[in-house]
Design a binder for this molecule. Sequence first.
Ligand code: GLA
Ligand code: ZN
Length: 676
Amino acid sequence: MTRENPFPRIYFGGDYNPDQWSEEVWEEDMRLFELAHVNMVTLPVFSWAKIQPSEDEFRFEWLDRILDLLASRGISACLATPTAAQPAWMSRNYPDILPVDEEGRKRTHGKRVNYCPNSPSYRKFSRGIALRMAERYRAHPALAIWHISNEYGTYCFCDNCAAAFRKWLKKRYATVGELNRRWNLDFWGHLIADWEEITVPSELNDDNKWYQPKMLDYLRFLTDSTIDCFNNEKEAILSVSSDIPVTTNMSGFIKKMNQQLFNEHMDYAAWDNYPAPGAEPSLVALKHDIVRGLKGGRSYIMMEQSPNQQNWQPFNTLKRPGEVRLLSYQALAHGADTVLFFQMRQSVGGVEKFHGALIEHHGAENTRVFRECAALGGELERLGDVFTGGTTEAKAALLVDWENWWALELSTGPNRDTDYMAILHKYYKAFYGRNILVDVIRPESDLSSYSLVAVPNLYMVKPGVSDNLKAYTKQGGCLVTGCFSGIVDENDLVTTKGFPGEMRDLLGIWVEEFDALPPDRENGIAINDPIGKLTGTYSCAHLFDLLHLESAEALGTYTDDFYKGRPSLTVNRYGKGSAYYVATDPEQALLDDLIGELCRQNGVEAPETVPAGVEVTVRKKGGASCFFFMNHGEETVRLPLKGRKLLVGKILPEKDGLRIVLPHGGVAIAVEERAL
Ligand code: GLA
Ligand code: ZN
């Protein structure tokens, strides 16, 4: 496996903590791994204290033994630097490592991911251990991937961070005057005369909630500081081991760090997929597509998922029979090339003692979870490399911006409960429900290959973005923009050009005001002239832009309140293309019908028409198209095989030919070879 070509097979396995068990158990683990077709384990994620029990003492022998054991069984290692949890002696002797939390409390040693990203001691020791590991294991036959640390995400507010923040600001703004201007510090008399007067935004001054330009930059700064932590270790590794891919796993909550920036530094995107029990398949699919978009569509690593229940949900529902299999194939269907679990063997103590695992406390193989996982491992082994490295060819794109996410949700007013992920999900669902493949990319990305682009609630418009959207539309693109867009610049300063700011001519509207109502109060969108399925009235809620038409036409108008009859859905012809504006938060059906109609008009089609509840995606590799069918619905469905070769699933002959039979939770993979 190399940085260029890392997936010779689907990696199957996951987090393994052999240091919690005696060596006799390791032998048994190897037997069970073989039974389950495990071909990769991730270790030693949290073993820093075991490897470096004191500053000058290193104990790698146990790790050597387990890595040799893995190699002897043909199991690859996703080799983690253990830097997500520093040893107790380190926190004790180098207190700059311990972070200060948002309430201003200096933390004491404990838990994990409990270090300051700007601590010089943390940087020194984490680089040191990464280098030693790279030197020791760079040629180890088990080594396949470098996994740095684990789920980065500390927000620290200590003095080291404050000093580093000032330096970061100086670099960004050069002069105090420019900072005063870009943060609009005339407001509430916040003007500063000297860099040293800058404090960090926290609960101690409430600027974390009350001064958005500052908090926004602090979030950017924390992302940059954390990227520096990652690069600090990555550089050490690459200095001696330059051809093995380097990554880190992002948490399923993903918002904390700007992953669009972070991933520029990683060889492969990686994330931990922990849907809540009963999560909508479309939400899981959206997150997969977000991750695939982080590295321009390159296949990615699903670093963790639970083989059974979790321990940290309010109700830790068991995964139903077949659920893990379905979730695993969904990941592969969206561009992952791994199915990795947390965890291989369940801990007997600590907060995760009831977290699902391949091997449970008693160690028996005769369990539902083990049997299901082992069967899945066998299937994945048989698939070989048929689609690994394969790409998704989408004609539709959803534009997402991490900083827009922060800014939108930090904003006080007009609406307290704005949830960017929920908004994105709503737009995404309109595509997903039709099995339209979607690339989730940044607003500044090249859009020329897309026939339809949706950009929900682009509150923050950064330099270059409106020009990009204009160029796309002018050349014939179809753009759908959500409400409350074009409001602020990258510093959260409101445009003085009239909303939607720089996009005013593109959308052909001027938004004069926006109304916000409590969730139980609704308005309606009455469609003027039926457009395809778009007809009658749809409900809308939360936010309501009150706009004037400049060059746009109204496709729909509000049905109630003092703005009854004013436009709520518009289109503007711009160059050879069209720019739509959805001026409120509409019910799902409006987006379903609008996006459905625009897909039809612009020739954006699903890879295959299937019954509702069935998800279908395609990954292309070489001359082959790999079709994934997943039945999230209750009823068994039968799909035509169409001459494809079935790799996973069941077929039955019927009058009109062979049919793929997909029961509830069922999966099928069928490959269609095309001459190159
Ligand atoms: C995260 C961590 C793992 C484990 C799981 C449990 O994803 O990376 O170490 O704690 O959560 O769900
Ligand atoms: Zn700090």
